[in-house]
Write a protein of this length. Structure first.
Length: 168
């Protein structure tokens, strides 16, 4: 999502990271779920770099942009008379509840639908802990349920020291 400085080298925004799933275990009645993913290399248009970063228990949630005001009809005003059912329709040319084809060709009146927006601040995965072994491998541990990742979510990867500093 953003350019990142890693080991003194800038990894550009559109870099492709490659790696492997080190461990993936579903939760059982006696054992928690476990997930460990390591990225080993980053490649971009004019370069590449070896990396060693692990999936952390942090991600950037996606929210829906509120978009425009989708109020039906003309702007409400206190000056108009009230008939018990709402304001009287406006004679204004901008208010056309059922525009004809020539009106839509001049200026499309369909509002923009809400669009997904990535949050500016990462949050911690709920009920997921972070463990590090002696080799520095980061493993996410879920005691309440299986750890599931979504391909539309932006996850945070970090070095073992950085990942443990932000873990709770």
């Amino acid at each position: 999502m953003v350019a990142t400085l890693l080991n003194g080298k800038v990894i550009p925004r559109n870099a492709v990271l490659s790696g492997e799933v080190i461990e993936s275990k579903a939760k059982t009645s006696s054992e928690p779920s476990r997930l460990s993913i390591r990225m080993d290399s980053a490649q971009w248009k004019n370069g590449s770099a070896p990396v060693q970063v692990y999936l952390t228990p942090r991600f950037y949630p996606v929210t829906l942009d509120a978009g425009p005001n989708l109020q039906y009809g003309p702007e409400q005003s206190a000056k108009r008379s009230w008939n018990g059912m709402g304001e009287y329709p406006s004679d204004s040319p901008t208010y056309k509840p059922f525009p004809n084809a020539t009106d839509t060709a001049k200026s499309p009146s369909s509002p923009n639908a809400p669009s997904p927006v990535v949050s500016q601040r990462p949050v911690n995965m709920k009920d997921v802990a972070c463990q590090r072994d002696s080799a520095g491998v980061i493993t996410l541990v879920g005691n309440r349920s299986n750890i599931k990742l979504d391909n539309l979510t932006t996850y945070v990867f970090g070095s073992s020291d950085l990942a443990m500093a932000g873990a709770k």
